[in-house]
Design a protein. Structure first.
Length: 278
């Protein structure tokens, strides 16, 4: 009989935020897989938990994931923890969960501290609808492209960011998304926790005045409130209907056929035969 995979959230700062249930599970499992064993051993020692510990992070995700799955198939119970918060949110925990499900291994997720939920609730912005984007790409071109794609997202936007990329990300947000409201959360629940509720430009000025930026950040961005750019979606139409719609929009038949062929990568004669009678 297979063992069970437990997903155990750990405190994002204040050690008091760990749950009794998480402590019980960590004391009962056969093995604990941690993102950084050097970091996690301090947590376990603090709560007098003495269990075998193994590393599981983005650099060994594939090989160690297979190792953990084999252990689970052999009947061992394993707990996965990250450096802070809920495993599986912007960390390798997502991978082992998918592998476990694919192998019909029971997965039990324990509720607990999660940075982006804490930041969102305290932001004062709309919590009814929101979108979590995690970390934007390190590559500035890809990062800016993604910001362009979500420029007209009207739900509250949640981002994670590291200290050494914070200023550049704020600059890109200001340039692409505009000077909208933002709530910046630094070091949530830790000793030097800081919450800044302002617009993007003023927030950027604050960090530009600092010699060094430290800590981990959660950014809560106000959703788009302007008038959205009108876009036409023809994906639900067949080729003939697509041509007809373009003609109705004022484009002549010959040009409409060209557009459909280019858009759908079709040969001209294929589309032309469908619209001979128009």
């Amino acid at each position: 009989m297979s063992g069970k995979l437990y997903i155990c959230p750990t405190p994002i700062g204040n050690l008091e935020d760990i749950t009794y249930r998480t402590l019980r599970v960590l004391n009962e499992v056969d093995l604990i897989a941690a993102e950084d064993t050097r970091h996690s051993i301090k947590l376990l020692n603090h709560f007098d938990i003495s269990k075998p510990l193994t590393s599981y992070h983005e650099h060994n995700e594939s090989s160690k994931g297979d190792y953990l799955i084999n252990k689970l198939l052999d009947g061992e119970n394993i707990a996965v923890i990250s450096d802070a918060g809920m495993p599986g949110i912007s960390d390798p925990g997502e991978g082992i969960i998918k592998k476990a499900i694919a192998n019909n291994i029971e997965v039990e997720v324990l509720p607990g501290a999660t940075a982006f939920v804490t930041a969102l609730v305290g932001s004062g912005m709309d919590t009814g609808k929101f979108v979590f984007e995690g970390f934007l790409d390190r590559d500035k071109k890809i990062r800016r492209k993604r910001l362009e794609e979500i420029k007209e997202e009207d739900r509250t936007i949640i981002l994670y960011e590291s200290p050494h990329r914070l200023k550049e990300t704020l600059k890109d947000i200001l340039k692409i998304l505009g000077n909208r409201n933002i709530c910046v959360n630094r070091e949530i629940s830790k000793k030097y926790q800081e919450i800044l509720r302002n617009n993007v430009e003023s927030t950027l000025d604050i960090f530009n005045d600092r010699d060094e930026v430290k800590g981990e950040f959660v950014l809560i961005l106000e959703g788009f409130t302007g008038e959205k750019t009108k876009t036409d979606d023809y994906s639900s139409l067949n080729d003939r209907e697509y041509v007809i719609k373009l003609i109705e929009d004022g484009i002549d038949k010959k040009e409409a056929i060209k557009i459909v062929c280019k858009d759908r990568k079709l040969k001209k004669d294929i589309v032309y035969k469908q619209v001979l009678d128009i």
